[in-house]
Ligand binder design. Structure first.
Ligand SMILES: *Cc1c(COP(=O)(O)O)cnc(C)c1O
Length: 439
């Protein structure tokens, strides 16, 4: 049995991210449902025949012949043939998680990083040189917005023009030919829940030779940006993919040539900046990906039920699953069937005071959820975006990004029963209205 498993592992070891024999299977995975593609990825067994893979916890790897080391450093022998150098470079366990991410997103390859921000910063530094230019959506995660508007201009002379991605003409006219390298946006924006028209944005970007990079953190399984034309998909794995609110991690999913270039010994952003994921963390995350689809369905189901009922009560709710959401039809046309419209909804309470009062009731009076940033946890997490995760943006920038001061972003959890949770929500709203009648 153990011998068998080792043999299988070795046989499959030739079937990694960079091998040509893999291309047909990868092309097929491009058109597939993410769960179907995940089920077809190679299953790595443990060293002793375990149903789960072994963790390759080594920082360094040994060889039988001195010549092998030289050939590995010369790039002649690589992970596609089960040759590994050092775990800041490719590590087998992290690579396995990368294979799952690539299957889920329908990209040729993927590699995982220590955080979502390091995935984003590394891939942008790989794609843009000093003097380069990025066109990005004006509604982005606060950290990414700060990276593009403050950090890159100061440290790397990479500048960004922020545009309304609904307006394809303004996207097109912001592109400076020869200078703009990347078009960057979020599939579903944090926290505005604005949905990007991925096929059209890719058409505009590709016509001018840009690499289209999409942050899919808010909609894993729900949307597959690469299947809709995007070149690169980045993730904060810390959110839905982890699901446990216990790990910070990220991923870059894209062409094998890009992933390999990011590991280049002389020019690679992952190899040289070193935002390395620990193999033990990669193992943990690999065990959670098989039930990501189930979790997303339940997050989405509950978010849709709550959004529908909140709307009926006259609460100002933003959810892309509601007919009235400006991009509802667009999302419907892009989304993978079965996973719903995502697990996030926003309640616009108009002022910070009203938002804080409602969150306090929801957490401290009725146990509906927790006041915390982040998302994708089994408990409901809620935060007032303007004064937390988007506080890097000025008041003006927040206005353009569609962030009202009283906007509560809620990541709907799946703990407890749906009706139990809804009763808590109703109770909190009744108590709120007793003291703060809705204007
Ligand atoms: C959280 C988040 C990030 C950053 O990810 P980390 O894992 O916290 O570094 C990037 N983009 C979006 C949309 C996020 O929500």
């Amino acid at each position: 049995m153990a011998e068998n498993a080792v043999a299988t592992r070795k046989r499959c070891g030739t079937n990694d991210i960079v091998s040509d024999g893999d291309v047909k299977r990868k092309n097929a995975a491009r058109d597939m449902d993410p769960a179907a593609a995940l089920a077809l990825t190679r299953h790595e067994f443990g060293e002793h025949g375990g149903v789960n893979m072994s963790i390759e916890a080594s920082a360094t790897f040994t060889v039988m012949e001195p010549e092998t080391l030289r050939r590995m450093f010369a790039g002649e022998l690589g992970p596609d043939r089960d040759f590994f150098i050092y775990s800041r470079h490719f590590n087998p366990t992290v690579l396995n998680l990368g294979r799952q991410m690539a299957a889920m997103e329908g990209t040729e390859a993927a590699y995982c990083t220590a955080s979502g921000m390091s995935a984003i910063s590394s891939v942008l530094l790989q794609l843009c040189s000093s003097g380069g230019h990025v066109v990005a959506s004006n509604t982005l995660y606060g950290g990414t917005h700060a990276l593009l508007s403050h950090f890159f201009p100061r440290t790397s002379n990479i500048n960004t023009t922020f545009v309304d991605i609904d307006d394809l003409e303004s996207v097109e006219s912001a592109i400076v030919e020869g200078k703009t390298k990347v078009l960057y946006f979020e599939s579903v924006a944090n926290p505005s829940l604005k949905v990007a028209n991925i096929p059209e944005l890719c058409r505009v970007g590709h016509a001018k030779g840009l690499t289209v990079v999409v942050d899919n953190t808010f909609a894993p399984m729900v949307i597959s940006p690469a299947r809709l034309g995007a070149d690169v998909v980045v993730h904060s794995i810390s959110k839905f993919i982890s699901g446990g609110a216990d790990i910070i991690a990220g991923a870059v999913c894209g062409p094998a040539s890009l992933v390999n270039s990011m590991m280049d010994l002389h020019q690679g952003a992952l190899m040289l900046l070193g935002p390395t994921m620990n193999a033990k963390v990669a193992f943990e995350l690999s065990e959670r990906i098989p039930h990501l689809g189930l979790r997303m369905k339940e997050h989405s189901h509950r978010a849709l039920v709550f959004a529908t009922r909140l709307k009926k009560l006259g609460v100002k709710v933003i959810y892309p699953g509601l007919e009235e959401h400006p991009q509802h039809q667009l999302l419907k046309s892009m989304a993978n069937m079965e996973y719903g419209y995502g697990g996030l909804l926003c309640i616009d309470m108009e002022t910070v005071d009203r938002a804080n009062k409602l969150m306090s009731l929801l957490q401290n009076d009725v146990q509906f959820g927790f006041m915390a940033v982040s998302l994708g946890y089994y408990e409901t997490l809620m935060s007032c975006s303007g004064s937390s995760t988007s506080s890097e943006m000025t008041a003006e920038e927040q206005r353009t990004a569609g962030i009202s001061p009283g906007l509560i972003r809620m990541s709907i959890g799946y703990i407890g029963t749906l009706e139990q949770k809804w009763t808590q929500m109703e109770k909190a709203l009744t108590r709120f209205n007793d003291t703060h009648p809705i204007p």
